[in-house]
Design a protein around this ligand. Structure first.
Ligand SMILES: *Cc1c(COP(=O)(O)O)cnc(C)c1O
Length: 226
């Protein structure tokens, strides 16, 4: 049986250009919903709570690539370090250093994205462009041999003003281009720009997104009670 979830995955896969990959954001949705997307060929899933991800990781096929997209507390890194494919929202050097330490214990190199605060809204999370530039310029991160900085991630303001959303995404793309040139010129693995969610992924794709994080458009409203 082809389910609605499967149909929406197929639609999105058809719509996205080849340079943009789909992260199916499955937080608060049960394993059965994830399996419907999986059976439609989806392999990258995004989760934002450590405990929930741990349960799903145990239950679900091991060829799923899990992206951690939420705010990650340093004391929880150890639980996901053995298997996480990409940590998308690294918002401090301290967190990067902890991921490095935990990755080392498993002999892994964990790819990470730097979360940049591009929205007008107040948020506790994300580097400001200035603080991130400073962190990169300090060069300390080059000693962290068990993490790989693979790009940037950001969220636009939650607004209907598409011009503003587009401007914010273009800001993130410009920061990526700047840092690619200055700090990662010889590193092809610095390549990801994660931006765009259910309501604004089309704008993000136009602005150069390589990863879109789409949840409710695929799985519906998040009403799963754990
Ligand atoms: C929940 C979440 C998404 C998905 O949001 P939808 O609007 O449901 O597509 C994307 N990115 C992050 C960081 C999220 O926490």
């Amino acid at each position: 049986m082809t389910t609605n979830i499967a149909l929406r995955i197929e639609e999105l896969q058809r719509e996205l250009p080849p340079q943009t990959r789909l992260v199916a954001v499955s937080k608060y949705h049960p394993a059965e919903a994830i399996m419907q997307a999986y059976d439609a060929g989806q392999r990258i899933f995004g989760e934002s709570h450590v405990q929930e991800l741990r349960q799903k990781y145990e239950q679900l096929p091991k060829d799923i690539s899990w992206h951690f997209i939420g705010h990650l507390q340093t004391n929880k890194v150890k639980y996901i370090a053995p298997y996480i494919t990409l940590i998308e929202a690294v918002d401090s050097y301290k967190l990067l250093a902890e991921i490095n330490k935990q990755a080392g214990k498993h002999g892994r190199i964990i790819p990470c994205l730097l979360e940049i605060h591009i929205a007008q809204e107040e948020s506790k999370y994300g580097f400001t462009p200035e603080s991130c530039r400073e962190m990169l310029a300090s060069g300390e991160w080059k000693n962290l041999n068990n993490v790989r900085i693979a790009g940037v991630m950001g969220m636009a303001t939650n607004t209907d003003d598409e011009t503003q959303i587009e401007q914010e995404f273009r800001t993130l793309k410009a920061l990526f281009d700047e840092w690619k040139q200055i700090f990662f010129a010889n590193e092809p693995s610095f390549k990801e720009i994660s931006m765009g969610m259910s309501h604004d992924y089309r704008i993000a794709v136009r602005a150069g997104s390589t990863l879109v994080r789409v949840g409710s458009k695929i799985f519906g409203e998040r009403n799963y009670i754990k």
